[in-house]
Design a protein around this ligand. Structure first.
Ligand code: GDP
Length: 302
């Protein structure tokens, strides 16, 4: 994971470590840093911001009184963590329990482009919640893509969960409403709604999603982004945010992502928390996202 980004940061640390920190030297190294970050799928504006914040934190420091390597490492760490902590924190389990105490199901709508891993991620979260003792129902809200209903039903069968579905072509908002009604009648804790994911600029898709939102008022809207899609994932997240104002992100395929820039970019661009990362194709390959773990993994390599 993140091999490329790791090497970028180590080279910055090395380059500065050899020198006294003057503005000219910082500029030179930061320009190189920016180019390398962009190569690692960090969006241009984000790379620029990292450079700016880092520069501000380094200039004026008396390098000779610090160990330069530690100074740079510490400031990079701070800069990256700041980006992740600009987003509000969401405690899903606490939120589910709060609804449960009111006798109501917690409704989560999954958003994202086809192929990003949305359906698999929904199933992984269902597995995690079931393990924690919650009762869960899955809603086949993608009524467009051939095979999508069967795909979700197959996950449900493996996980021992019920699905709510209608025929292909049915109104996803109506299926979602059925799911929430079912959960209320059967006193279930969580409703997980899958949704269609054609290209993100498809206006009909966004209208369809907004209709689901109007009809079931989800407690949480989660955007699923594919770490391997790099800058595409960033522009998808921007577009979905504009229309749906989603609450949080799950980043998939992090296990196969050598570049590592998408997490930083999506966090910066959307100002939404990354709730989990997908780290494989099995149901338990869903990890809570811990910014410190990612940042330390990138920076603290010798
Ligand atoms: P959807 O079209 O967005 O619903 O995507 P799917 O859930 O069908 O997933 C597409 C492919 O990505 C499948 O082969 C999944 O097994 C795979 N996938 C999903 N999440 C991950 C992940 O975190 N890591 C890896 N390596 N593969 C994943």
């Amino acid at each position: 994971m993140f091999e490329k980004l790791k090497s970028v940061f180590s080279s910055v640390i090395l380059n500065l470590s050899k020198k006294e920190i003057t503005e000219k030297e910082v500029d030179k190294v930061l320009n190189e840093l920016m180019l390398s970050l962009i190569e690692c799928d960090v969006a241009y504006e984000v790379a620029e911001e990292i450079g700016k914040r880092l520069k501000n934190s380094l200039i004026g420091k008396k390098a000779s009184t610090y160990k330069i390597k530690e100074l740079v490492q510490e400031n990079l760490r701070k800069t990256l963590l700041e980006i992740f902590y600009e987003a509000p924190k969401i405690d899903i389990i606490k939120r589910i329990n709060e609804k449960k105490e009111k006798g109501l199901p917690f409704v989560i709508l999954f958003l994202g482009i086809n192929g990003t891993g949305k359906t698999t991620t929904l199933a992984k979260l269902a597995y995690l919640l079931k393990k924690k003792g919650f009762t869960v129902v899955l809603v086949c809200g993608d009524t467009h893509r051939a095979g999508s209903i069967e795909q979700l039903k197959q996950h449900a069968m493996k996980l021992g969960l019920k699905t709510i579905e209608q025929r292909y072509g049915a109104d996803p908002a109506a299926v979602s409403r059925d799911g929430v009604t079912y959960a209320k009648i059967h006193k279930l804790d969580v409703v997980l709604i899958d949704s269609a994911g054609r290209i993100q600029t498809d206006k009909n898709l966004m209208e369809e999603i907004l209709k689901i939102v109007r009809v079931v008022s989800p407690d949480l809207k989660i955007f699923v982004g594919d770490a391997l899609a790099g800058n595409d994932a960033v522009s998808q997240s921007r577009e979905f945010l504009k229309y749906t104002n989603f609450d949080g992100v799950i980043l998939t395929k992090v296990d196969a992502d050598v570049k590592g820039g998408s997490a930083i970019s999506i966090a910066y661009v959307t100002k939404r928390p990354i709730l989990f990362i997908g780290t494989g194709q099995n149901y338990d390959d869903l990890e809570e996202f811990v910014p410190e773990k990612l940042v330390d993994n990138i920076l603290l390599r010798e």
